[in-house]
Ligand binder design. Structure first.
Ligand code: AMP
Ligand code: ZN
Ligand code: FE
Ligand code: FE
Length: 252
């Protein structure tokens, strides 16, 4: 059984539609693919239809953006009840705030680079979760940078003058919310130090106490020293271990 539980689509900041993601998973020889868009489950419907048609297993999930003592963390939630109202309300709150935040970032960036808000929106799928990768796409289209990575390195990173935060729930609350929705919470790329600060060891105790079930240890943004560290933490707290591609189509 080959499974990749962590992938994005045009419902957030991936470049493949949910149906394309399933087709690409089939082409890559996967038996099961996870759909884990940022702060939305709107891609589930299209992915489910495609998965049934193509005979691919679909792991329905979401990647919630959260905060732990000022540090941005991503909590994967697998198989939450899609009709659980508090979860839907939280998605809406985060996505609304992301929209305002992206527009503010674009205002700041437009002082120095040739982009406009409508140009950025042209890279966002219908009702998709807006993120910095869409701003990167507009910068690439304007030929300011060769690719998303370069735009992140120079303009979009967290410590730069253009960065604006958005509303995120506390990580402990995010874990509890996924549990309350009947889902399985997994801490995504908990040691991805290339994206900004990472949480200290004590945070894992708090999250485990709140109901965290697993750690995504195998991830492209983890440096070598994270594997022994995170493996030790997972064993100590009896958390299961996952890995995922965090596929974003052509975007990453
Ligand atoms: P946001 O959620 O708007 O703060 O943007 C963060 C998202 O941007 C992450 O979830 C990644 O999907 C993506 N990302 C972060 N760093 C990079 C990078 N260097 N190149 C491309 N995408 C990135
Ligand atoms: Zn993303
Ligand atoms: Fe993530
Ligand atoms: Fe992701």
């Amino acid at each position: 059984m080959r499974i990749d539980p962590h992938a994005h689509t045009t419902a957030s900041d991936g470049t493949s539609t949910p149906a394309q993601l399933v087709a690409e998973a089939l082409g890559a020889g996967l038996d099961v693919v996870g759909i884990t868009d940022h702060d939305t489950i709107d891609g589930w419907a299209g992915a489910t239809k495609a998965a049934e048609r193509m005979g691919v297993g679909l792991l329905r999930g979401v990647e919630l953006t959260a905060l732990s003592a000022g540090i941005t963390v991503h909590i994967l939630g697998f198989l939450p009840d899609p009709d659980y109202e508090p979860l839907q309300a939280e998605f809406a709150a985060i996505r609304d705030s992301r929209l305002t935040r992206a527009e503010r970032m674009v205002e700041r960036i437009a002082v120095d680079f040739p982009i406009t808000w409508p140009q950025v929106l042209s890279h966002v799928g219908p009702d998709a979760t807006v993120g910095r990768p869409h701003i990167a796409d507009a910068l690439v289209a304007a030929e300011a940078f060769p690719d998303r990575n370069a735009a992140f390195a120079k303009v979009l990173h967290r410590d730069g003058p253009y960065y604006v935060p958005h509303y995120s729930p506390d990580a402990v609350d995010a874990v509890r919310l996924i549990r309350a929705a009947g889902g399985v919470p997994v801490f995504a790329h908990p040691g991805a130090g290339n994206r900004g600060r990472i949480v200290p060891d004590e945070t894992f105790d708090e999250l485990a106490a709140a109901g965290l079930a697993g750690l995504e240890i195998y991830h492209r943004d983890h440096s070598d020293e994270q594997y022994p560290r995170l493996t030790r933490i997972a064993r100590a707290l009896d958390l299961f271990v996952t890995g995922g591609s965090d596929y974003h189509g052509l975007g990453k």
